[in-house]
Design a binder for this molecule. Structure first.
Ligand code: NAP
Length: 341
């Protein structure tokens, strides 16, 4: 009789492991999921299975997830195709959280480490309680800032760094004009340029003039009241995150041999040639080493993170509506879990 009971128990355990029952015990999580293209209202707050880290990935328990203009990519058929995104898709590229589990090939991180990361544009996954990241995408979170602040860093800080340092080779004593100085990229660009020893001219609307100064801009231009080309002339480097007319008028303010980087358009080679300047369009790439360097500047208090709004994960629709205005001050962050004590 005992043997029969044991056999029956074994049969039950095996059957449980291989049937749909097993799926129901798969760990689940809350996430924002896109099932169809459309406006922010297609973002749905749902229960989905937790991701499992591959050998070269860490699983991160997300505390906060940063919001960026590019997060709309999964909702737009054109952008989704461009980035290789397939639906259903969890948006979000900026995360800060705690390593829950590590893949077999992970050497840089261990369970319990605090990290921040810029996730791949194809995979996203940041608007969720758990997300996976590679060692190239993640870096140790700066200890001096909260997880909410850390989630506002990766995409925009890497963009500013790759534009000013890697691409335009900004050096001490040079003058840089930063358009959109009060936005996500701009707030980091001003501070990275100042830390580099450059003179900074930055543009924003009237309400954000105080912020430009607070971040260290030497000259703040209110683009609603003045033409930037009347104030900024012969700059060595120009960072454009606005495009269109602003970019068209920017070629003329860069000195001969100077450099213009745009984040939002294809650079116009004919304009570069006309003005005897160089230039590039930039697509930001994950870079763990650069994220670590940025973390050092944060620890040294040379960079502060400006968070204008923190919303719960379930309010992703509201967050994406705000970022789509193109007039966000600093960063918006989705709070996914309480800050660990
Ligand atoms: N290529 C890449 O790899 C890359 C990477 C990151 C971002 N981007 C793109 O770069 C752009 C900026 O990103 P973000 O995260 O900084 O956006 P954001 O946080 O929404 O900031 C936009 C900022 O632009 C300012 N602005 C709007 N119109 C302006 C004008 N005519 N002149 C000067 N400033 C103006 C706004 O300030 P006011 O409210 O004061 O007007 C706002 O602070 C977005 O289009 C984003 O998609 C591209």
């Amino acid at each position: 009789m005992r043997t029969l009971t044991l056999v029956l128990q074994c049969v039950f355990v095996i059957a449980f492991a291989v049937t749909p029952f097993a799926q129901s015990i798969k760990p689940m999580m809350k996430a924002i999921v896109i099932h169809e293209y459309g406006g922010p209202e297609v973002l749905k707050y749902e229960d989905v299975p937790r991701p499992e880290p591959k050998d070269d990935q860490i699983l991160v328990r997300v505390i906060a997830s940063g919001v960026n203009p590019v997060d709309e990519a999964g909702r737009s058929e054109k952008s989704a195709k461009f980035f290789g995104i397939t639906l259903p898709f969890i948006p979000g590229y900026d995360i800060a959280g705690i390593v829950e589990k590590t893949g077999r090939k992970i050497t840089k991180f261990k369970t319990g480490d605090s990290v921040y990361a810029y996730l791949s544009l194809t995979d996203g996954g940041g608007y969720a309680e758990y997300a996976v990241a590679t060692e190239v995408e993640a870096a140790p979170k700066p200890k001096s800032i909260s997880f909410v602040e850390a989630a506002g860093v990766p995409v925009v800080a890497l963009t500013a760094w790759q534009a000013l340092i890697d691409t335009a080779k900004l050096s001490a004593g040079q003058t840089v004009l930063i358009h959109g100085g009060s936005g996500g990229v701009g707030t980091f660009a001003i501070q990275i340029a100042k830390a580099r020893g450059a003179k900074v001219i930055a543009t924003a609307s009237t309400a954000n003039q105080d912020l430009l100064k607070q971040l260290g801009a030497d000259v703040a231009i209110d683009y609603t009241k003045a033409k930037f080309e009347d104030v900024a002339k012969n700059v060595d480097v120009l960072l454009d995150s606005v495009g269109k007319d602003t970019l068209a008028r920017s070629y003329g303010v860069v000195k001969k041999g100077g450099f213009i980087v745009t984040l939002v358009a294809r650079i116009d080679q004919a304009e570069l040639d006309n003005h005897g300047i160089r230039g590039a369009s930039l697509g930001v790439e994950p870079d763990s080493n650069e994220l670590t360097e940025i973390g050092k500047l944060i620890a040294e208090k040379k960079i502060k993170v400006i968070i204008s709004q923190t919303l719960p994960l379930a309010d992703a629709v509201k967050a994406q509506k705000q970022i789509a205005t193109g007039h966000t001050r600093g960063k918006i962050v989705l709070k996914v879990a309480d800050e660990p004590k």
